[in-house]
Design a protein around this ligand. Structure first.
Ligand code: BGC
Length: 744
């Protein structure tokens, strides 16, 4: 409270200053400051600018340093480091009211320590591990002066053409909600006031993932039903878990840009959900209303955004330039401006920035967190957990994987020696990257000893038509006992503004796989990418495939751990993998239709393609292990239930192999008849368990009417009596089913 006391005392000499009793809560404290503010100072709090680098198109206007000193900027993004943030905060302390700046940053999968991309982490289905990596990101970022992290992205991703699927948790609202909560808890830690607890920011509100055609920034046309059923649940869950802020989105939703969408921000978020934090626009999205054709000028854009509930204007000057006039004209009530400012000040108070504006800018702490070996170790573990084993055929009476140490290994492919590509989009470049980033080649050397001579050939580039390296790669393969290939995407091929119409393995990579396959050598293909790719030939003919996503700085060590069985893979796909782009959007929880195809071969007057099966290449929830798991027959405590009773579902899972391994058991429900049609399956519970060789564990799931609830024809969240299928399995396709009846 030191500074605030000083501030209040100092202001008593200013005309109009009011002597107030010492305020107690953050709300009271915010109000006490609000009362001292001029309209211009209030607008300053709603104005956020980018500083040292850009994550979008910059709008150059004015001298930012001068603006900070004048109290015209409340928050900045894209500047990092204890020294740099301290420097800017010093300028803010020269402003009349000395209101501290809030520093925000996109820290999407780790800061100094780069973890797997969020979609990869989602494949772990390990909520504790996911919370832990978010925690570490917050510890490291807060030590570099960052107060506010623009994550988690909780957009549902049913369209792998959309480059931003990499930032989310995949296609499922249930899994997505659990992961959203884990990430918020991780970022916000033990609560604001602690120097390593940062504000989380849920984004992008809302429905951004459903951009037409998977094209970034595109329009979204969606029923309210789908919005509530599929796209809003992760936001709702994370708000209930205490997420401090929300970012809206670039898209229009049913013709109204999200930034100016009162249904989303006022009615749902701040109304129904009673969200007490603040909403920031996406980069320039307030002004972009004019380009959408929803505002004739930026003045109208500013008015519409603030009235619709957008509190802060990110990297735009719409509020800065027009809000004062709008208030003076009576077009925007002062009460709404006050509400927006209050929401932001409350967070600044909660973080403790009024007490000590430099609290997070601590060089000593920053240094300590610079290369934390524990964080590195956790990055490696998280990367191993994120890998999904898609295929592991038996060749010459043993599965290809795990590899054996005595085998002569050829490493082939354009990513084998690459370091930065493993980091993926939304990661930081630090100076000494080449030392810290572990390629597959390095990881294999670390595993086998650097004296081990591994064969290597690049074979081709990531994305051109050159096949001149094939002959050498084939010759190298011929000398080996087994070939390990790493193929996939360059770091900038998936991410924001990285939508693709063709999501096949880029360039000549699949041709290289075919060429190596022709050598007849046993082979494993590792696919490192930010999104589900299409690789049908590889999936059909290559005996062993691991989907390794972008695994972060410890990628190579983690891949080596899994290749040699030091970690037994346990990841399960958080998105369906399509056979062709023509199947997109593709997801497991579809409606049945009036003419469903009973199987992939049925094409006659049913809802199917005449040239393609309906099923995905790899289904949601799918992933293998080096262990083999067998599910016993599921037991239900009852078949007829009533009212608020609960159903106990028991299933025994046995490890039938001689290696320990983890399995993610998944429980799905289908409501057979509803007042609106219901999906053929919906994930409702899952459990990740470790089983020793030969061990059996009995899993118990408790199903309640909460698991049966959905948004009915009136969009009320409730359950309806009737028949339900309960399904259990190791993925969304291979399940056993039992039917129950649940009466009111
Ligand atoms: C992205 C946001 C990001 C912001 C700031 C925008 O282009 O959509 O997710 O937080 O830039 O970098």
């Amino acid at each position: 409270m030191k500074n605030l006391h000083f501030l209040l005392a100092a202001l008593c000499v200013l005309p109009g200053a009011i002597a107030i009793a010492q305020p107690k809560t953050a709300v009271q404290k915010a109000d006490s400051v609000l009362r001292l503010m001029t309209l211009e100072e209030k607008i300053g709090q709603l104005h956020q600018l980018s500083s040292d680098f850009a994550t979008g198109p910059i709008t150059p206007d004015g001298d930012k340093q001068v603006q900070v000193r004048r109290g015209e900027i409340g928050s900045m993004l894209n500047l990092m480091g204890a020294a740099r943030t301290r420097q800017l905060q010093t300028l803010a302390m020269q402003s009349r009211l000395k209101i501290p700046l809030l520093f925000g940053q996109d820290i999407i999968h780790g800061f100094r320590t780069t973890f797997p991309i969020p979609l990869a982490e989602a494949a772990s289905w390990d909520l504790q591990a996911i919370e832990q990596t978010a925690r570490i990101a917050a510890i490291e970022a807060s030590a570099a002066g960052i107060h506010w992290i623009f994550a988690p992205m909780v957009d549902i991703g049913r369209d792998p053409r959309w480059g931003r699927v990499m930032e989310g948790a995949g296609e499922d609202p249930f899994l997505g909600s659990k992961i959203a909560v884990a990430r918020v808890k991780g970022l916000q830690g033990k609560g604001f006031g602690n120097t390593d607890a940062v504000l989380a920011c849920l984004k992008h509100f809302a429905a951004y993932g459903a951009a037409v055609g998977g094209r970034d920034y595109n329009s979204v046309d969606m029923s309210e039903r789908m919005l509530w059923e599929t796209y809003l649940p992760p936001f709702k869950a994370a708000i209930e878990a205490g997420a401090a802020t929300v970012m809206n989105s670039f898209n229009d939703l049913n013709g109204i840009p999200a930034t100016a969408n009162a249904l989303l921000q006022q009615d749902i978020l701040k109304g129904k959900w009673k969200f007490s934090g603040f909403v920031v626009s996406d980069w320039g999205s307030v002004s972009e209303q004019t380009i959408h054709g929803y505002a004739k000028d930026t003045m109208q854009a500013a008015m519409q955004a603030i009235l619709a509930g957008n509190d802060m204007d990110m990297e735009g000057y719409a509020y800065h330039k027009h809000l004062a006039t709008l208030v003076k004209m009576g077009a925007v009530p002062m009460a709404r401006v006050d509400d927006a400012v209050r929401r932001i000040l409350i967070k600044k108070f909660e973080l403790g920035l009024f007490e000590d504006p430099y609290k997070f800018s601590n060089e000593q702490r920053e240094k300590e967190q610079y290369d934390n070996p524990l964080h590195k170790q956790i990055a490696r573990e998280m990367a191993t957990k994120s890998i999904v084993l898609l295929k592991n055929d038996t060749v010459q009476s043993r599965p290809i994987l795990p590899l054996q140490r005595h085998q002569k290994i050829a490493l082939i492919g354009p990513l084998v020696k690459s370091q930065k590509d493993n980091l993926g989009f939304w990661s930081f470049d630090f100076d000494d990257d080449s030392v810290r980033l572990v390629s597959l080649y390095k990881g294999m050397q670390n595993k086998l000893g650097s004296s081990t001579s591994m064969l290597y050939a690049k074979g081709c580039n990531l994305n051109d038509t050159d096949t001149s390296g094939f002959a050498e790669a084939m010759a190298v393969a011929m000398q080996a006992d087994v070939v390990v290939m790493q193929v996939g995407e360059a770091r900038d091929m998936t991410g924001e503004a990285k939508s693709k119409s063709n999501i096949q393995l880029p360039g000549m990579q699949e041709a290289l796989i075919k060429a190596i396959h022709r050598t007849g050598k046993p082979m494993v293909v590792l696919i490192s990418a930010g999104r589900p790719l299409i690789f049908n030939w590889t999936a059909d003919y290559v005996p062993a495939i691991m989907y390794t996503w972008w695994l972060g700085m410890e990628a190579g060590n983690a891949m080596a751990d899994v290749l040699f069985g030091d970690y037994n893979p346990s990841g399960k796909l958080p998105m369906s993998f399509p056979r062709t782009e023509g199947q997109i959007p593709i997801y497991y929880n579809y409606y049945n239709t009036g003419r469903p195809a009973q199987n992939d071969d049925q094409r006659f007057y049913v809802s199917a393609y005449i040239d393609l099966p309906n099923s995905p290449k790899f289904p949601f929830g799918y992933g293998l292990s080096y262990a083999r798991f067998a599910y016993g027959e599921m037991q239900l405590s009852k078949q007829q239930l009533k009212g608020n009773e609960i159903l106990q579902v028991t299933v025994a899972v046995t490890n039938k192999s001689n290696v320990a391994g983890e399995e993610v058991a998944q429980l799905y429900i289908r409501d057979l008849v509803g007042s609106v049609v219901r999906p053929v399956k919906e994930l409702k519970h899952f459990r990740k368990i470790m089983l020793q060789p030969g061990e059996t564990k009995e899993l118990k799931f408790v199903v309640s009417t909460n698991d049966l609830s959905f948004y009915n024809s009136q969009l009320q969240y409730t359950w309806e009596a009737g028949e339900f299928d309960i399904m259990i399995g190791g993925n969304s396709r291979d399940v056993q089913t039992k039917r129950i009846y649940w009466n009111k």
